[in-house]
Design a protein around this ligand. Structure first.
Ligand SMILES: *Cc1c(COP(=O)(O)O)cnc(C)c1O
Length: 372
């Protein structure tokens, strides 16, 4: 594409996503491995990601909202196989049950009112409808608390009209293997899971997979690790690198000692410095908290981001880069094999999830290794 186009580039390696899904599936075998593709597959493009994973054999997908599921199903059209399921983690909002059913989405029911509304629909349709049931085991976010769940099952009509496909819960601190909350949640989940033997148990997200096979039950639902995010804090990242983010150098200049750079001069030169201006800013998802902390790379060299991140640009210190690398169209990389999402996240005081999902609509998205 035209190098005069200043928008930053996001390269998504679909082959690496598939390899990550296989790597996770290899760890959980014979337990099935699904894929969480909510928030547009964490910003990478849900349609392309799902197509690649479907071809690789993945059959269980998860989004957050009915709307996301409907849009995804529509964009895939007849490419969606009959034997694949698309779960909606938040379940249907009041009034969206019929849409949920019309698009063949499987809701995750998180409350008695969601259960009742799904039952009403089943009653009106005159047939049983599949749904996953979520219980809360200690995150206090979504799902039925233990007591109402037990009461529900004690009532012979509690789940009438519903065929439960999954019994789910979500871990609060799975990326910290030594956190005792993991075992506590497991101990709460096991008996609840046994009360609904007709459904498959489903507890582990990406990090949960690495807590060991007692956390795997019948299906795991990784998201972040598919996209290359490190699943275990403080350990070597076993996942394949998936994305590259690059942005164009649009100007450079030499400044004197004592000169300030960027908004509010949060960086002051203490020596003559060569400053480059790069076309990526917080409107693209490069968080402002990375100001004066992140690094970019050019021609194999690390260049520090100096001054504030602006809306559309950042400034970098190019003093140590040979001038012949500074031609028009020079691309600097922000995320690549050398600097992965997790290190950028650390530099910006956030987590890799926020980095991924912040990558904005101004990126040119470029898909590689789509072996379909
Ligand atoms: C987002 C989400 C996941 C995926 O979590 P990762 O940490 O990205 O693997 C799994 N389950 C639920 C309920 C979620 O909300």
């Amino acid at each position: 594409m035209n190098s005069r186009v200043f928008s930053p580039t996001l390269t998504v390696d679909l082959g690496a996503i598939v390899a990550n899904w296989k790597l996770l599936g290899g760890r959980t075998q014979p337990v099935g491995c699904g894929a969480v593709v909510k928030a547009n597959a964490y910003g990478l493009g849900d349609r392309r990601v799902v197509q690649a994973l479907l071809r690789a054999g993945c059959r269980e997908f998860f989004v957050a909202h009915v709307e996301e599921g409907a849009t995804l199903k529509e964009s895939l059209g007849t490419a969606w196989p009959r034997d694949a399921s698309l779960h909606v983690l938040h379940g249907p909002d009041p009034g969206t049950e019929a849409t949920c059913l019309a698009y063949g989405l499987t809701p995750v029911l998180n409350s008695l009112s969601q259960i009742n509304r799904w039952q009403d629909l089943a009653y009106r349709k005159g047939r049983t409808l599949p749904a996953a049931i979520q219980v809360d085991t200690g995150m206090a976010r979504l799902g039925l608390a233990e007591k109402p769940f037990i009461q529900l099952l004690a009532n012979p009509e509690g789940l009438q009209g519903i065929s439960p496909t999954l019994i789910m819960s979500h871990l609060a601190s799975a990326e910290e293997p030594d956190n005792p909350v993991n075992q506590l949640q497991l101990d709460r989940f096991q008996p609840l899971r046994q009360m609904l033997p007709q459904a498959r148990g489903c507890l582990a997200n990406s990090s949960g997979i690495f807590l060991g096979s007692t956390y795997h039950f019948d299906l795991v639902r990784p998201g972040a690790a598919l996209y290359g995010v490190a699943p275990v804090v403080g350990e070597l990242n076993p996942m394949h690198q998936v994305i590259q983010v690059q942005a164009q150098l649009i100007q450079w200049r030499d400044i004197e000692a004592g000169d300030g750079v960027g908004y509010n001069h949060t960086w002051l030169a203490d020596r003559p410095t060569r400053i480059g201006t790069v076309a990526i800013g917080y409107a693209d998802g490069l968080l402002r908290s990375a100001s004066n902390r992140a690094h970019l790379r050019l021609g194999g060299r690390t260049v520090p981001l100096i001054g504030r991140v602006s809306m559309d640009t950042v400034t970098v210190d190019l003093t140590n880069v040979p001038e012949d690398l500074l031609g028009s169209g020079a691309m600097l990389s922000l995320i690549d094999n050398e600097q992965r999402i997790d290190s950028l996240a650390q530099q910006a005081s956030t987590n890799a999830y926020e980095i991924l999902t912040s990558l904005g609509s101004r990126f040119r998205r470029n898909y590689i290794n789509d072996n379909g």
